[in-house]
Every structure is written in C-alpha cells, then in structure tokens.
Design a protein around this ligand. Sequence first.
Ligand SMILES: [Zn+2]
Length: 95
Amino acid sequence: MKNKKESKKEDKIFDYQTICNINTSKEDRKKLHIGDIWSNQIKCKLCGDTIRSMNLHHYVVCKCGSVAADGGSWYAKRIGYLDNIEEQSVLFKNR
Ligand SMILES: [Zn+2]
C-alpha cells in the first residue's frame, strides 16, 4: 500500500528537461508548452539543499523548510526566507 502511494506521487511529477535540452528553440518549446527557464533551481543557504521545480505545478521545498521554488519553465516563483536563497536558475539559450 505504501509503495503504491509513493510511486503514484512520483508519476505525477513530470520533468520537462526529459523532452528538451538547453538549446531547444523557442518554436519547438512552444509546441511542447515549455517556457524560457531551462533550470528553475535554487540552493538553500541554511541547509545546503538544492531544489528544482520540474514543471509549472511542481512546488518544491528544501529539507529544512526555509525556502521553496515553483513555476517550472514558466516563472521562477520563490517562497519563504528569500535571504536564504542562492539563485541557480539557468535560461534556455534561444529566447
Ligand atoms: Zn533549507
């Protein structure tokens, strides 16, 4: 029962990086519904955890709960204690 629940949760998270790369053109990304952010990633200065929002609805919190990221390829939403965030986001080459 527990295993079923866990795998279900994993299935829900779709990582758009699996269907494109940093050089994918804006035209191709439009067809795939992917925005301008290649890697929506931050590091928490408090616990050292590196987290990445893997799609538009993927809200991810660091280990200590101090900071969070959301928005996937579309917008870099940051939640929590912003002073604890080390920004590591990378944009697509073609914008
Ligand atoms: Zn943290």
